[in-house]
Design a protein around this ligand. Structure first.
Ligand SMILES: [Zn+2]
Length: 56
């Protein structure tokens, strides 16, 4: 059923709410699931880290 898999995807996205926090010149991403990314010089890199942890 295609509708079921769509719902699962939407739910997973809701659980993985990523925010970025900045400390000095470093940014790190954090997710609502408890995951925390390493400090990065670029915020775009921090967001990239966050995207990768989702696909696991
Ligand atoms: Zn997550």
């Amino acid at each position: 059923m295609p509708f079921e898999s769509e719902q699962v995807t939407a739910q997973a996205a809701a659980e993985h709410r990523v925010t970025t926090s900045e400390r000095g010149s470093f940014s790190s991403a954090r997710c609502a699931c408890g995951w925390r990314g390493p400090a990065r010089r670029a915020r775009s890199k921090a967001r990239e880290d966050a995207l990768h942890h989702h696909s696991r």
